[in-house]
Design a protein around this ligand. Structure first.
Ligand SMILES: O=C(CO)COP(=O)(O)O
Length: 214
């Protein structure tokens, strides 16, 4: 399973979380990665942990101000990028352009979507993976795998119906190892989570619990 920890703009110490992820990564078969804010990418990548951006823009080098250029994100040490997160929605044409920009820069891509229909559309753009995250469950601590298992299974079917090579993650409310196992049983190949680690009093212990049954 792939466990991708999105730090959003939570007031956690990104280096402390990155070091905890790196430490736990040495002791699990699961694949772990952290997605810090753009300003923290370089320092997080320097810890050696697999590092993801939260967003890149559908642009090239040139006259763009206040944007995230995929090449610069890769230069900062990122291995991949989230796109179209529920808190950073893009128009369809811009998701397509951002996937192409990320590919150009050698970044792996996960395109997020609200529901199975959007997952099918996202998969058609040819990212490496898609992530279904019902917005109403984000940050609630109620895991999507329990509250809405159908949405995960339907997302897996929707992606497979478009492109068997696009893997599916799920997210929203995931905070325990049991939640990760349940996601896997529904067909997801990974989870995308945030508050369960970024807002935990002890992020290292929260991570240990997440990967314990894997
Ligand atoms: O938005 C999410 C991950 O990108 C999910 O957030 P929570 O894990 O806090 O529900």
């Amino acid at each position: 399973m792939f466990v991708l920890v999105n730090l959003k703009t939570y007031p956690c110490d990104p280096i402390e979380v990155a070091e905890a992820v790196s430490d736990v990564d040495d002791r699990t078969d699961a694949r772990l990665a952290v997605a810090p804010q753009a300003a923290h990418l370089e320092r997080v990548a320097e810890t050696g942990v697999e590092t993801w951006a939260q967003h890149v823009d559908p642009i090239e080098h040139g006259s763009n101000t206040g944007h995230a250029l995929a090449e610069s994100v890769a230069d900062a040490g990122a291995d991949g990028t989230l796109l179209n997160h529920s808190e950073r929605r893009l128009k369809l044409a811009d998701i397509d352009g951002a996937v192409r920009a990320a590919e150009r820069a050698g970044l792996e891509t996960v395109v997020c979507a609200n529901n199975p229909a959007q997952i099918g559309a996202a998969a058609a753009l040819g990212p490496d993976a898609v992530a279904v995250e019902p917005p109403e469950l984000i940050g609630t601590g109620t895991p999507v795998s329990q509250a809405d298992p159908d949405v995960v299974e339907d997302a897996v079917d929707a992606a497979a119906g478009v492109d068997e090579d696009v893997s599916v993650l799920c997210g929203a409310g995931i905070s325990t190892g049991d939640d990760v196992v349940a996601a896997g049983e529904l067909g997801a190949e990974g989870v995308l989570l945030a508050s369960g680690v970024a807002k935990a009093d002890d992020p290292a212990a929260a991570l240990e619990d997440l990967v314990d049954p894997l």
